[in-house]
Design a binder for this molecule. Sequence first.
Ligand code: CP
Length: 357
Amino acid sequence: MRHLLDTTDLTLKEIDDMISLSMDIINNGEKYSESCKGKKLATLFFEPSTRTRLSFEAAMLELGGSVLGFSEANSSSAAKGETVGDTVRIVSGYADIIAMRHPLEGAAKVASAKALVPVINAGDGGHAHPTQTLTDLLTVFREKGRLDNMTVGVCGDLKFGRTVHSLIKAMSRYKNVRFVLISPKELSVPDYIITDVLEPSGCEYKAVTSIEEVMGELDILYMTRIQRERFYSQEEYLKYKDAFILNGEKLVNAKKDLTIMHPLPRVNEIAYDVDDDPRAKYFEQAHNGKYIRMALILTLLKWIDEEADHTENMLTVNGIQCSNPHCISNHESLPHISKHTGTNGTFRCIYCETRTK
Ligand code: CP
């Protein structure tokens, strides 16, 4: 049985196959209308969502299956102190596949260790959001006809923005993709994205603090919201909340075939006048989420009897407490385990990838 915790759980061929399947679903939807008859999807959302939860539910319904679940932690027994592991173990008896969102980083990994059915990470704190990335890849493919040979600008809160982490992990595996990381210095990508993802991939990348200076270079502009809920204080959030606001004026030097994306929700980082620009594709992007999630559900259910590839086989050490206050290992009774990442003797928490040693 296989789970989807991050895009690195999939080979490039598997991602490409899923995109092809989504394209077939888009063009021949009726062919799939009974593909999941008798199957149930549980959506366990311990954190708010519009797109991810509803597109997962719409996806399963369009495949002829049914859905059950909850949309906030308070309406589940988590409010009484039940652990993630116990919750998914119970729900494994009620559903054939689980999509789970949780505010703690590494929650999906913990769930996958206890569940008896496939677990899909629908966002774990500021760590990863692989189904958003699959949505993004389908959008880029539909807009550009390719996933390689392009310059991708990611802009906003690159520290806490989980969609950006998963997107860089995935797109850095395609040929000749160059990244421009646009953020205030304090909100730059976590160090593992540089040392364990971008540098080993050989991708060209640069970090800048202004969007105007790089606009003309970009094929994709991926805007993100400043993630208020991940900041340690309201005061700190207020310092950055207006850091980048994309408007028509800032697009003057942009390429004619630029694709403007955003995982949404937006707060104020894209002015409403940009919505009418034909290069704005964020609403189409959100709609693509349903098709790729249909493809993902079909694929994971098809793989249910397949052994997961445990090639991780990495050197681990026990007992070093993770310093990340948002890591699940600091909230539930779990062993503190770090894995060797192969970069200069670095060890990282197996749940959230924070450097521990
Ligand atoms: N993009 C995204 O994850 O949106 P929701 O939080 O509405 O699911």
